[in-house]
Design a protein around this ligand. Structure first.
Ligand code: FES
Ligand SMILES: [Fe+2]
Length: 355
């Protein structure tokens, strides 16, 4: 279907099981998504279980020191292989103890020697694509995917030019979230700041969210960017935004990665928006800060950002309740203030293809 410039996606798409199935198949199984950071993957044998859409993934540091990603599913009867993160010389399934080497090959399967014709060489873990940008690990369930750099485009340069050296930052914490809304509601909410003035007073005390100050840009096909300058009149908000980073940058990497840089000392937060069924979404943000950033300042920034998260959680739940109500078919977007939503919706419609 084609969508015109100011009409929202059909509201039925925000609770439709078949649409979600198509999204998993045609979007989440073939795009680069933020998985984790390299911190827990420093040593050979270290692993992290993560997700790309609904695809369970394990990222492993192999004996040669390379990162590998596999479908986190045992080739025997399909049990999830590992949970959480850790370090092992091999990956053993907890169900019947099939054991895989760090290169994914099946090393041992109890009683396989009693099984004529058992060929371990065709029972390796399924390899997926994995790549990094600085400390950020991305996975793509499509093993034949074009390199991550093609999707990122100018984004690493843009972040570097803003004064953030991603390799020099220190991981601080992962902040998880759960939303009572379809994943697209969460993405669209992130892609505009039209709601900031009324819904985010704390954010708007620091960032100038006026239509003429706060800008939206399609940095590339897959990267949407919002620039939020500091509000005139100096620091009046919950944290002091003065520092090397002169303005906020809020990037969205298709289909579901948020990348935020707040004004002030070098910092970045990055993480995915993941569907959990049609009307539930979860995700997390990994926060990184300059190693010499003041502890009190970090705490204040995190509290400021958390407050935005609390406010957004309520907003997206209200949208979900509204778009699920069934009597209206669609909404009306603002072509300028919601241009990045239109772009997201177009990419979504294109990816889903003909019904
Ligand atoms: S399902 Fe993994 S060993 Fe049986
Ligand atoms: Fe918001």
């Amino acid at each position: 279907m084609a969508i015109d410039t100011v009409t929202s996606l059909p509201w039925s798409w925000y609770s439709d099981q078949e649409i979600l199935r198509l999204e998993q198949e045609r979007i989440f199984r073939r795009t680069w998504q933020y998985a984790c950071h390299t911190g827990p993957l420093a040593e050979s044998g270290s692993f992290v279980a993560c997700r790309a859409g609904d695809v369970p993934v394990v990222v492993v540091r192999d004996v040669e020191g390379s990162l590998r990603a596999f479908l986190n599913v045992c080739r025997h009867r399909g049990s999830l292989l590992v949970e959480g993160e850790g370090r092992r010389n091999s990956l053993q399934c907890p169900y019947h103890a099939w054991t895989y080497a760090l290169d994914g090959s099946l090393r041992t399967a109890p009683r396989a020697d009693r099984e004529p014709g058992f060929d371990p060489s065709v029972l390796s873990l399924l390899p997926l694509a994995v790549d990094t940008w600085g400390p950020f690990v991305f996975v793509n369930p499509d093993a034949e995917a074009a390199p991550l750099a093609e999707t990122l485009g100018d984004l690493p340069d843009l972040v570097a030019r803003a004064g953030v050296d991603v390799d020099a930052l220190r991981f601080r914490l992962r902040s998880p979230f759960a939303l009572a809304a379809n994943w697209k509601v969460a993405c669209e909410n992130f892609l505009e700041c039209y709601h900031c003035q009324i819904a985010h007073p704390g954010f708007s005390a620091v960032i100038d969210v006026a239509a003429d100050a706060y800008t939206l840009e399609e940095t590339s096909e897959y990267v949407s960017t919002q620039y939020g300058p500091l509000r005139d009149g100096g620091p009046a908000g919950a944290y002091d935004p003065r520092g090397e980073i002169g303005r906020g940058q809020f990037h969205f990497l298709w289909p579901n990665v948020k990348i935020n840089i707040a004004p002030g000392r070098p910092n970045i937060s990055i993480g995915p928006i993941l569907p959990d069924g049609t009307e539930r979404t979860s995700g997390f943000l990994d926060y990184f800060f300059a190693p010499d950033a003041d502890e009190g300042w970090i705490e204040e920034l995190l509290a400021w950002d958390d407050q935005v998260g609390v406010e957004d959680r309520a907003l997206v739940a209200r949208v979900q309740a509204g778009v699920s109500s069934g009597l209206l078919e669609e909404g009306r977007l603002l072509a300028s203030s919601e241009s990045l939503i239109r772009h997201f919706d177009r990419l979504l419609v294109r990816a889903l293809g003909p019904p």
